[in-house]
Design a protein around this ligand. Sequence first.
Ligand code: COA
Length: 538
Amino acid sequence: MTGGLVENLETASVASEADLNREAYRKLLDDLFERRRAARVGGPDAARRKHRERGKLLARERIDVLIDPGSPFLELADLAGEGLYEGVPPGAGLITGVGTIAGRSCMIIANDATVKGGTYFGMTCRKHVRAQRFAWDNRLPCITLVDSGGAFLPDQANIFPDEGLFGSIFHNQVGMSADGIPQIAVVLGACTAGGAYIPALCDEVVIVRGQGFMYLGGPQLVQAATGELTDAEALGGATMHSRVSGVTDHLAENDAHALSITRRLVAELPASARPRRTQAAPAPALHPAERIYEIVSRDARKPTDTRAILKCMLDAGELQEFKAEYGNTLITGFGRINGHQVGILANAGVLFTESALKATHFINLCCQRDVPLLFLADVSGFMVGREAEAGGIAKAGAKFITAMSSASVPKYTIIVGGSYGAGYLAMCGRAFRPTAMFMWPNGRAAIMGPEQAATTLALVRRQIAERNGQEWTAEVEKAFKDPIRREYETFANAYNFARNLWVDGVIEPAETRDVMTLLLDIASRTPRRETRFGVFRM
Ligand code: COA
């Protein structure tokens, strides 16, 4: 009787914990949806109106017409550039993502001409380059919907001089082409100066009569440079390029016509490879994905039960665990997502020598068996202290990093909680070029947590103050630590990572299975890449 009462009370308190977590997550989702909504709108009302009055479809409408009706569009980096440029909505004037055209997965890259004439800011360049890298890694045809004034001239330092910026778009195009990645450009508006090389470097170019223009220098520039008087149509119009210069290949009458020609061109591409991995019959997860909102701890100081999350993500909630009894601050094992096999590495505490060795062994296995890796990061870092150092944690961590970095199977990273320091790196951080990397809205990442950063810097500062005979009171320490804590919290925020393109996007936990299904499907059609491991420090 008494036992029953205790049990009931426990259930009640567990339920309320779940309710509180769900309530906290609801606010995070509202925030995500609001940011996405701002990104979807595009440029200001007046610019959108002007665009429509010219008989053009908005950039997102073009994508809707281009992809197969009712098929999903997995948008990448939709929040890149958020708040970085005055008057520019999230997305940096470019839409990138994977869509299905005539049954074929393609990378779609579309300028939004309603945002500063579709010009390229530094972030726009980086986003375009990232989309190309994604297409290249996954061997996706690249379809570019061009409507852009080229470089946003005031931002030239972030566009022009370095690797990874505008010039890299061309460099990638050439490399992708040599590697057999089909590239099609559709010129639906302006295509000016350096930007004109984007279509010129494609396999096939579609252009719209009276609407698409391509030139290395516009009429004003030509007049300034040579004194020649000309207009846009004569200088770089669709008819001239299709009949005289041969710069374009297909002449369309309007947006819809151009997009229908493009669909036909994609349909005529050689078929994509068949999946090279055996896919099991898809099965739903053990628990609905929404259950994740009850599990993710609303308090960063309280750990989240990663195993419970896996039950909401994997088919039938099944994980064939590897070394379940060893190094258990890292969960490793094989599971399936909608029938696609993945090797999971998920944190369940601080990384110790044993967990790092286990990760190394498991990654080695996955490479041998050609199984893609999914890193679910929620880690405060590697264990520190005399015992850990004496136990050789540095060489165990080095083995983990060598295995993860060398692995040539597709790698995916999702930051599902806090991801800090070398733990962030070992769990396939951005520097290790995961095939795709996302954060959940509650995700955070930084060199260390806000409290540790404030305390470390305060200890250094205190030593200096004492050396100089200055007073170091509790008040001085508080005034010193508060702004550092705040700065670290702001930095670690998922949207800071999305804004700076340090991740490919912020995704809802509940959509993670769908996103992974699409990614695993396209990766399964890429050729196997043999892994060559670097030297393992023994
Ligand atoms: N750099 C910076 N800002 C630019 C720009 C550029 N290259 N091209 C356009 N803009 C800005 C405009 O100043 C305007 O800003 P605002 O919204 O704050 O007023 C906005 O983009 C829209 O320009 P607008 O000319 O009104 O739009 P449009 O649709 O009629 O024409 C273009 C768009 C791109 C065809 C036209 O602006 C143009 O020809 N720009 C110059 C392109 C060029 O020479 N680029 C050289 C790159 S190396």
